[in-house]
Design a protein around this ligand. Structure first.
Ligand code: IPE
Ligand code: IPE
Ligand code: MG
Length: 254
């Protein structure tokens, strides 16, 4: 039976976040330049979006480029920024046809103007869609995001817009770049590394983590479905006991 068939379609994770890692190693294994790995990674992005749309997952966040990735060799960064322009331009019509909306989080002001413009255009053009959101984390770092939130809250406090007692988890969440999205239910990382590399530190508080050795260019629909089957076999307890969770589930059914 395929992984797709094993999925309980009534319990799809609402928000799936993916750390798409392993493009460089994939290219190296084929004797190719790292850039070729990123191009092949783009094909995996398309497969993943298509596979997620089939399940009606509402939000898919893709870690596309971290703030730390700016430290990579200039040729690689330039190639990635160019690839981004082509990808969003080529895919806009497809996204609209599939009712997909594109969003982006991160320090977007650091993007080269042409990349930023192409991204903004795709976000604007796909805003007509009412279906799943694909959120690109671009020039993103969680520590950057959290420090920014602290700064914004400090200004509001100073200006008297809020009082000290107004500072709570909801206020923090409202100052994050992800304020319009629910927290991820499932985090997938490809490429075999067991770390989160400065990604959504706050938002992943109760996400289920799934790591695979598959390199990102090898990832496909069945890889995604395998991760979801694994996710559905877990019990999310949020600090409670297993008995409490089963009692609550029984009450929900009745
Ligand atoms: C992920 O693949 C893509 C980006 C970080 C932009 P990598 O480029 O990190 O691939 P590896 O980890 O070197 O194999
Ligand atoms: C994480 O991958 C960032 C993205 C996938 C965009 P990296 O390859 O940059 O992570 P590290 O450096 O191995 O932690
Ligand atoms: Mg990597």
């Amino acid at each position: 039976m395929s992984y797709f068939d094993q999925i309980d379609k009534n319990r799809i994770p609402e928000h799936i976040a993916i750390i798409m890692d392993g493009n460089g190693r994939w290219a190296k294994r084929q004797g190719l330049d790292r850039t070729e790995g990123h191009k092949e990674g783009l094909a995996a992005v398309k497969r993943t979006i298509e596979a997620a749309s089939k399940l009606n997952a509402s939000y898919v966040t893709l870690y596309t480029f971290s703030l730390e990735n700016w430290k990579r060799p200039k040729e690689e960064v330039d190639a990635l920024m160019m690839l981004m322009i082509k990808a969003v331009a080529d895919e806009t019509a497809n996204m609209i046809e599939n009712n997909v909306q594109l969003k982006a989080i991160g320090n977007l002001d650091m993007l080269p103007p042409k990349t930023r413009a192409a991204l903004d255009k795709c976000i604007e053009d796909t805003s007509v869609s009412t279906g799943p959101s694909i959120i690109l984390a671009l020039s993103y770092s969680s520590k950057w995001e959290l420090a920014n939130a602290a700064k914004e809250i400090a200004v509001e406090l100073k200006n008297g817009k809020i009082k000290e007692e107004d500072i709570n988890e909801d206020l923090m969440a409202a100052h994050l770049t992800t304020k319009a999205f629910p927290d991820p239910d499932l985090l997938i990382r490809t490429g075999g590394e067991l770390r989160i590399s400065n990604f959504l530190l706050w938002q992943l508080a109760y996400a289920e983590f799934y790591f695979t050795d598959e390199l990102w260019p090898e990832f496909n629909g069945e890889s995604l479905y395998k991760a979801i089957v694994d996710y559905q076999n877990r019990e999310r307890r949020y600090g409670k006991t297993s008995e409490q969770i089963s009692t609550e589930r029984k009450q929900e059914i009745n």
